[in-house]
Design a binder for this molecule. Structure first.
Ligand code: HEM
Ligand code: HEM
Length: 180
């Protein structure tokens, strides 16, 4: 029987990837926030940091199919239509979120690589050191930028979530429904 659900929605693969990547970003943040609870040099701490790397690398790998899907499936219109300023604010936030999904994992990988460390998960090397001799000063600078970007995007992601809730509960349009 054909589906009777004809409300405009993002195409299924765009919805799945949106939520999958959201889950992975959440995990990346969760792991990096708990790893400091474990003593330096402990195996648990090393594994949690490695899990942070893995979640972040998965985000990077998934953002490319996500870009590609944007060219295949259009963004469904919002009902009722948005004022131009609201539309524009959404666009800016989405561009910022995309840049974050691309740049933040790359900064993390470069931090580890310039430190001369392999990227490992449970002792298995996901990425060997590829950049030659370690440059600790550069690695430290990259880590600082990675940490700053991570902090700034707590706010941007928070704003994005608040906007979704505002659309749903205050403006009562179908913005959020289109992504579910
Ligand atoms: C969506 C992806 C990612 C997010 C949101 C993210 C977020 C963060 C945040 C917020 C911190 C700073 C924690 C603090 O200053 O207390 C951090 C630290 C770090 N991240 Fe990421 N990260 C991501 C991906 C990656 C990837 C892919 C790698 C490497 C493969 C990586 C490697 C690191 C390293 C080495 C640190 C420093 C850990 C330490 O303090 O020793 N990150 N990350
Ligand atoms: C790590 C967290 C998140 C990131 C990086 C993120 C990223 C994005 C991006 C890039 C878009 C643009 C559309 C696309 O190409 O898929 C988008 C759309 C959307 N997101 Fe998120 N998102 C996150 C979390 C959330 C959460 C938790 C919610 C709900 C509470 C949400 C609700 C929406 C909605 C409703 C849209 C459609 C907006 C529109 O079409 O104008 N997102 N998101």
């Amino acid at each position: 029987m054909p589906s009777t659900d004809s409300r405009p929605r993002y195409a299924a693969p765009r919805r799945w990837l949106h939520w999958l990547i959201f889950g992975l970003v959440l995990l990346a943040y969760l792991f990096i926030n708990i790893f400091d609870l474990f003593p330096k040099g402990s195996l648990t701490r090393a594994n949690i940091l490695a899990a942070h790397f893995t979640a972040g690398i998965a985000v990077l790998l998934l953002v490319f199919p996500r870009f590609w899907l944007r060219t295949r499936h259009a963004r469904p219109a919002i009902t009722p239509p948005l004022a131009p300023l609201t539309e524009w604010m959404g666009k800016i936030t989405h561009v910022a979120l995309y840049l974050f999904l691309l740049v933040q994992p790359v900064l993390g990988i470069l931090t580890v690589q310039t430190g001369g460390q392999p990227v490992k998960l449970f002792g298995v090397t996901l990425l060997p050191p590829l950049l030659g001799a370690p440059d600790r000063a550069l690695s430290h600078q990259l880590e600082n930028i990675h940490s700053w970007v991570g902090t700034i995007f707590y706010w941007v992601i928070g704003l994005h979530i608040l906007a979704a809730l505002w659309h749903h509960y205050m403006r009562k349009d179908d913005t959020l429904q289109r992504m579910l």
